[in-house]
Design a protein around this ligand. Structure first.
Ligand code: FEO
Ligand code: CA
Ligand code: CA
Ligand code: CA
Length: 597
C-alpha cells in the first residue's frame, strides 16, 4: 500500500466513436463495475426490478446517475468507504410507461428515492486490486430527496428559509441534483446542489427567475405527489430556497444529518473543493454552472487543526467566514480578443483578478442586501458587484500540490449570440462549444488573497477539426482531442485529470477521462485514459496512481433511449429487458473501477 511510485503509466487510447456502448481502457488495464444503480446497500433481500420497485426498497439501493465519487481508504488499503452523488433520474428509461395514476405516483416516489447520495463500505484482499461493496456494513447509508438535513451558517433560521412544515427554518428535507463535490481535509464529503429549479413549480418572482424556476408544470410532476414542490402552495413559498446549497456529509456517522452550509451561498452549485492555506484558514472554491454565471470562493474565519481529535471542530469551519465572487481582468487590448481563439499579441489569454467580497466574516458587503439575502439570493448579489460572466464554470478545484486553482468552463454556445455578452479574455471564444480551462494563482499563494493572477491553460476541441484550440503551447497535433471539460481531479504528483460531458455532440467521440501534465515540457499534453459508453458522461473521477487504480462514475448511459428501445446495456450487457440473476438488460449508471492488469 502506497509503495508504488507516483504516476500511472499508459499509452493514450485512440478516441472512441460516440456510438460505442463500452468502457475502453488503455492496454495493460482492466475495468469492472464497482457498484451499479439498484445494487443493495443494506440487505441482500432488497431486489432490483425497475418494473416493480417500491419507494421503500429504492431508498435502500444505490441511487441513479452517480456523479461525484470518492473513496476514503483506511491505511491498510483493504477497506474503504465510497461516497457517491446521485444527480438526477431519467424515468423514461428507468421504468415502463405507467399504466395507472397509482403507478405514476409510485414511479415518482422511486425517482425521489434514487436521488441524493450513497455511502457504502468496500473491501478487497490487497491493495491495487478491485474492490467489492459490502452489503449491510455499519456505515452504509442512503440520503434521498426526503432525508432530514440541517442548515448552519448565517442564513440558518432566516425568514427566507422557513416553511409551514419547518417554521424554524433549520431542517430542510432532502438534497437534490447532487452534482460534483469535494472531500474535505477532515474526511467529510461536500456535495453541490445544482439544477434544483427542475423540481419545483414556482410562483414567478424575480428571484426565482434568476435561478431558473418557472411557474409551469414540471416534467417530473413531483408537485402532484408532495405540495412542497409547488411554491404556490400556501406555507411553501420558501421551499425553493432550501435547495441550491453545498451539503456536507460525514461518511463515518450514518446518523448525522447532512448539513447545508448557508455561508457558502446559494446558486447552481457544481461542487466545492477545500484546501488548507498556510495560515490554517481553509478556502472552498466553487462554480455556478450556468451560462454567464460566476466563480466563487469561501474563506473560513477559524483555522483548521490537524488530527482526528479536532474533527468535530473542523466540521464547523464552513459555518462561518467570508464569501467572494471572481472578477477577471484581461491584460490584452479588447480588439485582440477576436472570438476565434487566436492568441493575442502577448501570447496568452491571461491577466489579473479580484475576489469581490459579498460577505466578510458574516457581514454583508453588498449595498441593499442583508447577509441573509446575499446568501440566499447569491446570484443577485453577485450581479450587483460586477462579477465576471463565465462560460459555465463546472468544477473549480485547487491542486493539492501547488495550490493553483483550475476552473473547468464546460462550454457556452451563447457567448457572442445576439443580445449576449461577446468574447472576453477569460472567455475568448464566441459560440464556445468546446469549453476551456482557466488556471488561477492566488496572490502570495495565500488562500485568503483578494487578488490573483490567471491564464487559460486549454482551449478544448479536436485540433484536427476545430480551429482555435490551445494546449498550453504543447503541439496540438500531439494531443488527444478533448471537448466539454467538466470534472477535474489531481493525482499524487499534482497532475491534472479532466473528465468530459458532451463530446458526442461536439467532436463525435464518446466522453472520457484525460491526463494533463501541468509542469515541464509535457505541460498541456492531453492524453486520453478511458472512454465511457453510449450517451454517458464521465464523472468522479478519482486517480489513485500510487495504488494503480482509477475510478469514474458513468453517468446517464443510454440517456437518449426510451423504454423498449434502450440505447445502452452497460454494464450488464444482457438481452434487452432481461433480468437475469441481478443483471439487467438496460443502462445502469455505475461507478467503474480500473486497475493495472
Ligand atoms: Fe451537473 Fe454542471 O454538471
Ligand atoms: Ca493576455
Ligand atoms: Ca458536472
Ligand atoms: Ca456537465
Amino acid at each position: 500500500w502506497g509503495l508504488r511510485r507516483g504516476g500511472l503509466p499508459f499509452r493514450p487510447i485512440a478516441p472512441v466513436p460516440a456510438a460505442t456502448d463500452a468502457v475502453t481502457v488503455p492496454a495493460g488495464y482492466r475495468w469492472a463495475p464497482l457498484v451499479r444503480w439498484g445494487d443493495p446497500l443494506l440487505s441482500h433481500r432488497d431486489a432490483f426490478d425497475p418494473a416493480t420497485m417500491t419507494p421503500d426498497v429504492a431508498e435502500r439501493l444505490f441511487g441513479y446517475n452517480c456523479d461525484y465519487v470518492d473513496l476514503l481508504e483506511d491505511p491498510s488499503g483493504r477497506t474503504a468507504v465510497l461516497v457517491a452523488n446521485h444527480e438526477y433520474t431519467n424515468e423514461g428509461i428507468m421504468f415502463p410507461p405507467a399504466a395507472t395514476p397509482e403507478e405514476l405516483d409510485r414511479q415518482r416516489r422511486v425517482a425521489m428515492a434514487a436521488h441524493g447520495m450513497s455511502v457504502v463500505a468496500l473491501h478487497r484482499r490487497r491493495a491495487g486490486r478491485p474492490w467489492q461493496h459490502q452489503v449491510g456494513a455499519r456505515v452504509n447509508r442512503r440520503v434521498t430527496a426526503t432525508t432530514p438535513c440541517t442548515f448552519d451558517g448565517p442564513a440558518a433560521g432566516s425568514a427566507l428559509l422557513r416553511t409551514v412544515a419547518d417554521p424554524a427554518g433549520t431542517t430542510p428535507l432532502g438534497t437534490l441534483n447532487n452534482c460534483a463535490g469535494g472531500t474535505t481535509p477532515w474526511g467529510t464529503v461536500l456535495s453541490g446542489e445544482e439544477n434544483v429549479n427542475q423540481y419545483f413549480r414556482a410562483r414567478g418572482t424575480a428571484e426565482e427567475k434568476r435561478y431558473g424556476f418557472a411557474d409551469k408544470e414540471t416534467a417530473r410532476g413531483w408537485e402532484h405527489v408532495d405540495p412542497r414542490f409547488d411554491a404556490r402552495t400556501p406555507g411553501y413559498e420558501n421551499e425553493v430556497n432550501r435547495f441550491g446549497w453545498v451539503v456536507e456529509l460525514d461518511p463515518q456517522d450514518p446518523t448525522a444529518p447532512p448539513v447545508k452550509h448557508t455561508a457558502l451561498g446559494r446558486f447552481k452549485h457544481e461542487g466545492a473543493n477545500v484546501i488548507v492555506g498556510r495560515s490554517g484558514h481553509v478556502a472552498a472554491y466553487m462554480g455556478d454552472d450556468e451560462r454567464f454565471d460566476y466563480v466563487y470562493k469561501f474563506v473560513s474565519t477559524e483555522r483548521y487543526r490537524p488530527g482526528a481529535r479536532h474533527r468535530a471542530r473542523n466540521k464547523q469551519l464552513l459555518a462561518a467566514g467570508s464569501l467572494y465572487v471572481a472578477r477577471f481582468h484581461g491584460d490584452s487590448p479588447v480588439a485582440e480578443i477576436t472570438g476565434t481563439g487566436a492568441l493575442p499579441s502577448d501570447g496568452a489569454f491571461d491577466g489579473t483578478g479580484e475576489w469581490l467580497p459579498l460577505v466578510v466574516d458574516g457581514t454583508s458587503q453588498v449595498p441593499g442586501f442583508s447577509t441573509e439575502q446575499v446568501l440566499v439570493h447569491t446570484r443577485l448579489a453577485a450581479d450587483t458587484v460586477g462579477a465576471t460572466k463565465m462560460d459555465r464554470p463546472e468544477d473549480v478545484e485547487p491542486n493539492p500540490v501547488t495550490g493553483r486553482v483550475y476552473v473547468a468552463c464546460t462550454n457556452n454556445t451563447d457567448r457572442g449570440a445576439a443580445g449576449k455578452e461577446g468574447p472576453t479574455e477569460p472567455n475568448p471564444r464566441t459560440q464556445n462549444r468546446h469549453g476551456h480551462v482557466v488556471e488561477i494563482t492566488e496572490a502570495g499563494d495565500d488562500v485568503r488573497a483578494t487578488t490573483f493572477g490567471w491564464s487559460i491553460l486549454l482551449l478544448a476541441g479536436d485540433p484536427a477539426t476545430t480551429s482555435g484550440t490551445y494546449f498550453a503551447g504543447f503541439p496540438p497535433e500531439k494531443v488527444s482531442p478533448i471537448s466539454c471539460p467538466d470534472n477535474v481531479a489531481f493525482d499524487s504528483e499534482g497532475t491534472l485529470w479532466i473528465s468530459t460531458d458532451g463530446q458526442p455532440g461536439t467532436i463525435g467521440y464518446g466522453d472520457g477521462l484525460f491526463k494533463v501534465p501541468l509542469t515541464g515540457r509535457e505541460r498541456g499534453r492531453v492524453q486520453q485514459f478511458l472512454s465511457v459508453p453510449t450517451g454517458a458522461e464521465t464523472c468522479g473521477p478519482v486517480v489513485r496512481d500510487r495504488d494503480g487504480m482509477v475510478y469514474v462514475a458513468v453517468q446517464h448511459p443510454g440517456e437518449d433511449g426510451v423504454w423498449g428501445a434502450q440505447q445502452s446495456f452497460f454494464p450488464d450487457y444482457v438481452a434487452p429487458g432481461a433480468l437475469e440473476g441481478g443483471r439487467w438488460g438496460g443502462p445502469r449508471p455505475s461507478v467503474v473501477q480500473v486497475w493495472r492488469d
